[in-house]
Design a protein around this ligand. Structure first.
Ligand SMILES: [Zn+2]
Length: 300
């Protein structure tokens, strides 16, 4: 089977969260495939990597929810069985996710696997969407690196989408762009900490003191990211905005709601109004004149 669009989703909800509006509007006349990478550890990897049985058992629920979202959007999907960071990561890579991403043993294996799936399933004028890896999640970074390597072979049909919900957090987009290509503008670090702290406390109801703990890691990750800049120039990155109609926007929200067990973690609240509020706030920061949009980038 050959597809017009292939979305690469590190975890089960990523493609729907970040590109669900585009997928909802495209599926009427295009063939769409979603490939989830860290879909569920196989029995062998789970024996090797599973550290917390409860978390492993939760895959059952997450798989069912994901199938519900895929069926609701009427798209085809493939779930690969790579173990996610939680099962395989060392403490060092959990704290500093950017360390040696390309040396990770998953990287080469994943590169071969995705290249072969894309070659086999992408139509000759089709497009592939990878995550931009905003938020510095190591699984997203590995996936981004595979996409980046593949752009060297066919840059015309490859895009990188902004990762929701990571892109909602103040400064996360700037951190990623600094990491990728921009000259490091000197920003007021106190202002950054105050903004991020307010975000976590508003969305998740964390106490401002408790929020300082994740913030400490945010700053740490940021510092490490800056030291490990990619060699992309700013004029080698071009944004593409996809306008989403109101009906498709609400279809995206219904698809997101299939991931019931993840909603509080993603949006702080599982109500339609909170999901809608966060998504529209993000969209309005890009362009307030458009009802809703999803943005991705091309890297030359
Ligand atoms: Zn993810």
């Amino acid at each position: 089977m050959s597809y017009d669009s292939i979305y690469i989703s590190p975890h089960e909800d990523d493609a729907v969260l970040s590109c669900g509006g585009k997928i909802a509007s495209e599926h009427k006349n295009k063939k769409i495939l979603i490939i989830t990478i860290f879909g569920r550890p196989s029995e062998i990897t789970s024996k090797k990597f599973a550290r917390r049985k409860k978390a492993f058992d939760e895959y059952e629920t997450r798989n069912i929810e994901d199938s519900g979202a895929m069926e609701f959007l009427n798209v085809d999907y493939v779930r690969l069985e790579y173990p996610e960071l939680f099962f395989r990561g060392s403490l060092l890579t959990l704290i500093f996710p950017t360390i040696d991403v390309k040396k990770n043993d998953l990287y080469s294996d994943l590169y071969i696997k995705l290249k072969s799936l894309i070659t086999e399933h992408l139509s000759s004028n089709g497009y592939v969407f990878f995550p931009l890896a905003i938020g510095a999640h190591r699984d997203h970074l590995i996936t981004f690196q595979v996409g980046k390597a593949l752009t060297n072979e066919n840059r015309e049909n490859l895009f990188f989408y902004e990762d929701i919900p990571y892109v909602f957090v103040p400064y996360y987009f700037m951190y990623r762009m600094n990491n990728l290509c921009m000259n490091d503008e000197r920003q007021n670090i106190v202002k950054q900490i105050v903004s991020i702290n307010s975000y976590f406390s508003e969305v998740y109801g964390y106490s401002k003191v408790l929020s300082l703990i994740p913030l400490f890691f945010v700053v740490l990750i940021h510092v490490v990211c800056i030291k490990r800049k990619s060699n992309i120039k700013i004029n080698e990155m071009e944004p593409y905005v996809f306008e989403v109609k109101e009906t498709d926007f609400f279809k995206k929200i219904s698809a997101i709601q299939q991931y019931k067990s993840q909603l509080k973690l993603l949006f702080g609240n599982d109500s339609v109004s909170s999901i809608e509020k966060r998504l529209r706030e993000y969209s309005q920061k890009i362009n307030s004149a458009i009802f809703y949009q999803e943005r991705c980038w091309k890297i030359y």
